[in-house]
Design a protein around this ligand. Structure first.
Ligand code: SF4
Length: 75
């Protein structure tokens, strides 16, 4: 399954992704971007957020191992 990947350790907390696409990104307790949803992966906001990241750390990964540790349901 395709998932969004953010290398949070390299995030500079600029807020671009969170501002452009709050459906998929939010700040964690350390003020770094984390992925909060893997729905609607073809959304325009998501593409814009990926392009807007100044350090280029947002990408997609294929998760073929059925790992779900990052999966969160939006309430
Ligand atoms: S756009 Fe990139 S650097 Fe800025 S908060 Fe999002 S992941 Fe971090």
């Amino acid at each position: 399954m395709k998932k969004i990947k953010v290398m949070s350790e390299n995030c500079i907390g600029c807020g671009a992704c969170v501002g452009i696409d709050p459906e998929h990104f939010a700040f964690n307790d350390e003020g770094l971007s984390t992925v909060i949803s893997n729905e609607s992966l073809d959304s325009e906001n998501l593409m814009n957020a990926i392009e807007a990241c100044p350090v280029g750390i947002i990408s997609f990964e294929n998760d073929d191992n059925e790992k779900e540790e990052n999966e969160q349901k939006t309430a």
